[in-house]
Ligand binder design. Structure first.
Ligand code: ADP
Length: 802
């Protein structure tokens, strides 16, 4: 409500004038004014703080926008609508910060100023009111005081009158009706009476006047004062209200200007179109579609597997067949399960609603992809295995290991094949196998590795025997587009066949196959052209009679034996039936190498027996046994001449081997044999390699550390010069009469010391030339070592000089 005039106020029944006349009201009004002054003060302080904090806020926001505009790697966001929109938002936020500051400034300059002046006026008005009211009160007091003074005067006049009258009466009675004294007293009496009457009249007049005045003050002046006060108060309220309106105005962050800024921000965001966001980006960074990752077979892996493992081709052999079959079953089962769960997934996916977009759940897609991949993987693997198994047809299951002795394996019978029973020990002339042993193209249990070596030209063939699941099978091996091995099938009538007609004996079947010129199986197309006959090395186990055990080798016992036909004494190394395939391969390695050599200082091979287990290597018998044992046994009697002769023999043998590019790799006294007249022969070719240089890549297990050259130990690099190092140790053994090299040192200690230049001291009684030779053999750099030819010359010259 707003009061425009004094009249309006007087109409108000509840106005100040009629209701606030009393002293208590007056005091309350003063209290009210004090409170209002305090409120104004509070408002001023509060608004000053608001102004300050609004300014601080505006400045914080402003610096935030500066920070917000500094976008890292902004060049990577070129063309981004999001980034542009963000920049616009930052501009707008800064604009609003400016507006906030402007409003704070106005709040200070307008509102706070007004409140300050209102506060001053309010205090002045209160003072005026209080002064006016005090004056009024004084007026009332004045009147009261006047009346009281008059009354006192009245009382005094009355007392004087009474005294004068009583004196007059007293004299009158005493002196009668005359006399001077009486006259005097009368006169005073009359004066006092006049005075009393005058005072009485004045009193009466005063009372009348005061009453008039008091009435006027109370009924006119006081209400008028109060009315004016009310007007003044209300005028203040008008001003105060307008100040509050200004506060509201300058606190309003929803004004047009703010709304404009807000609208700009909205528009900035509206410009974002997801489809356009990456337009520029795509244009700038366009690349060719992703090229597939190629998973190719690393052919280096199979460099050393003699063609048994082919890139990208499953290996179906005795080692893998079981695994392949059970894997196929597993794959088929898994495939069924996968297909079932794939079907279960076929329920349509829930549509993606907006709220889900930001947290797209890939799990379903992933699951589908996983299942699809899984199905494809399973299908592909099953297909490859099936293909490989089908390809095998009636061909013999290849052996997984080189030189494997099929007989020692317990290979599973191949489905669709009836194993040939009772043809083992073919020399026993059992059913089916009878007479087979007579055939020169029958090679007994010759390992497949060896067979493959024999079949060189297309159409070369031979027949051999293998054992599977304790059952013998006869295998036709043919060189045809690689090597093919066919198991002879047995019909229910006990006849033999491949794919074509059956025959009562295997010989007839093979002859038919050869003469007809028809392929053994249509899939292989293999045709028999040239029978490959047994080599002279291939002896029958029964050709050899074992007599005495004379030693024990790594693979089995060594026997003194006799050849049945010629009664010649021989040494026979046997290979334990129970040894793993890999070991058997190593065992035969020695035979394969030795069969090429013919030298008085190299132990001679007579043959190998592979007709049946145990396989054996037949060698010349060197009656003195191992050189190491010989040296130790004859240490006391051995002469220097004999020692030099031994060194010379060994040098001659090694010279021969070097000329054949054979690296022995295990030359030591324990691996030399002593024959008649203490002739030394190099033996034990189990570790030998026929190469100029041989790099070991498969670890250095069972390396004779103390006999091996540093470059072989450190880098696996073997040459004949490594054998030279070993020769140095061998002649040290000869001159120390079977001593232990680097005695008291562990292998690693010896190795470490050699690397730092240590060399064994000369054994007692060694000729200087021999020790010098040893040291030359132990040159750290292989190139500085002498070759065996030079060694031989040195030793030969020396032994002749003795
Ligand atoms: P492996 O090479 O299996 O370790 P070795 O060749 O060392 O076998 O032979 C073991 C032992 O058998 C030799 O120490 C030696 O006593 C004896 N020996 C080996 N070959 C013959 C042989 N040809 N004549 C006589 N004894 C031999």
């Amino acid at each position: 409500m707003f009061f425009n005039s004094f009249e309006e106020i007087s109409d108000i029944a509840m106005g100040f004038s009629s209701n606030l006349q009393g002293q208590a009201s007056h005091e309350a009004l003063l209290g009210r004014q004090d409170a209002e002054i305090k409120l104004l003060d509070t408002m001023r302080r509060c608004l000053t703080n608001k102004v300050k904090s609004d300014r601080d806020y505006a400045s914080t926001i402003s610096s935030l926008t500066t920070q917000g505009r500094k976008v890292e790697r902004s060049e990577d966001l070129a063309g981004s609508l999001i980034a542009q929109s963000w920049k616009d938002i930052m501009d707008s936020v800064e604009q609003s910060a400016k507006l906030i500051k402007q409003q704070a400034d106005l709040m200070e300059s307008v509102v706070v100023e007004h409140i300050s002046s209102l506060h001053t006026e309010r205090r002045r008005a209160r003072k005026l009111y209080q002064e006016e009211h005090t004056w009024l009160n004084n007026q009332f007091q004045q009147l009261t005081d006047d009346v009281a003074r008059k009354k006192t005067e009245y009382q005094k006049s009355l007392e004087v009158y009474k005294l004068m009258r009583s004196r007059f009466e007293e004299h009158y009675v005493k002196s009668g009706r005359g006399g001077r004294k009486l006259d005097e007293v009368r006169e005073k009496y009359q004066k006092a009476c006049r005075k009393l009457h005058l005072t009485h009249n004045e009193y009466v007049l005063l009372l009348g006047a005061v009453t008039e005045c008091e009435h006027d003050l109370r009924t006119s002046y006081l209400p008028s004062l109060l009315q004016r006060q009310q007007a003044v108060h209300q005028e203040f309220i008008v001003t105060w209200k307008s100040i509050l309106q200004d506060i509201v105005k300058y606190s309003d962050f929803t004004t047009e200007k703010f709304l404009e800024i807000h609208t700009r921000m909205e528009k900035a965001v509206d410009t974002i179109k997801p489809i356009d966001e990456y337009k520029d980006f795509i244009g700038k960074h366009r690349t060719r579609p992703a090229s597939p990752i190629r998973f190719t077979f690393e052919e280096n892996l199979i460099d050393d597997t003699s063609g048994k493992l082919l890139p990208n081709k499953l290996t179906v052999d005795n080692l893998t067949i079981d695994w392949l079959r059970s894997r196929l079953t597993e794959l088929e089962t898994s495939l069924k399960t996968t297909q079932l769960s794939k079907q279960a997934m076929l329920t349509p996916p829930e549509p993606i609603c907006d709220s889900k977009i930001l947290s797209v759940d890939y799990s379903r897609e992933r699951e589908e992809l996983r299942q699809r991949c899984q199905e494809k993987k399973l299908l592909r693997q099953a297909e490859v295995i099936r293909g490989a198994l089908n390809e095998l047809g009636c061909e013999e299951l290849p052996s997984g290991c080189d030189l494997s002795m099929e007989g020692s394996f317990t290979e599973p019978a191949v489905n669709n094949k009836v194993p040939l029973r009772g043809v083992c020990n073919l020399s026993n002339n059992q059913k089916g196998g009878g007479g087979l042993i007579e055939e020169e193209w029958f090679h007994g249990v010759l390992p497949r590795e060896e067979v493959v070596r024999l079949l060189v030209n297309e159409g070369d063939y031979l027949v051999r025997e293998t054992t599977r699941n304790d059952e013998c099978q006869i295998v036709l091996s043919v060189c045809w587009d690689g090597h093919k091995h066919f198991i002879v099938q047995t019909t229910s009538e006990g006849h033999f066949r491949f794919e074509g007609p059956s025959f009562p004996s295997i010989q007839e079947l093979i002859v038919h196959q050869w003469q007809s010129g028809l392929p053994v199986t249509s899939r292989s197309g293999a045709i028999l052209r040239t029978p490959i006959l047994r080599e002279r090395w291939e002896l029958n186990n029964d050709d050899v009679v074992l007599i005495d055990k004379i030693g024990r080798g790594n693979f089995g016992d060594v026997y003194k034996a006799q050849l049945k036909s010629s009664k010649i004494d021989v040494a026979v190394k046997t290979c334990k039936v129970t040894l793993p395939d890999e070991q058997k391969k190593k065992f035969l390695q020695e035979g394969r190498i030795l069969k090429q050599y013919d030298h008085p200082n190299i132990v001679k091979l007579i043959g190998i027996c592979v007709q049946k287990q145990p396989i054996m290597i037949v060698m010349e018998l060197v009656p003195g046994g191992s050189l190491l044992t010989y040296l130790r046994k004859n240490a006391s009697t051995i002469t220097q001449r004999e020692q030099l002769r031994m060194c010379k023999d060994a040098a001659a043998g090694m010279c021969y081997l070097e000329s054949k590019y054979c690296i022995h790799r295990d030359l030591a006294a324990r691996n030399c044999l002593v024959g008649y007249e203490s002739i030394v022969k190099i033996s034990d070719f189990g570790m030998s390699r026929e190469e100029e240089e041989y790099i070991v890549s498969d670890g250095m297990k069972q390396i004779p550390i103390k006999w091996t050259a540093p470059e072989a130990l450190n880098f696996g690099k073997y040459t004949s010069l490594c054998d030279v190092w070993s020769y140095g140790v061998l002649i040290w053994e000869i001159f120390s009469k079977g001593g232990t090299p680097y005695s008291g040192m562990s292998n690693s200690k010896a190795r470490e010391k050699i690397d730092t230049g240590y060399r064994m001291p000369t054994p007692e009684g060694t000729p200087d030339e021999i020790y010098r030779l040893m040291l030359r053999c132990w040159e750290y750099e292989p190139e500085k070592r002498p070759h065996f030819e030079q060694i031989y010359t040195v030793v030969d010259t020396l032994s002749q000089a003795l």
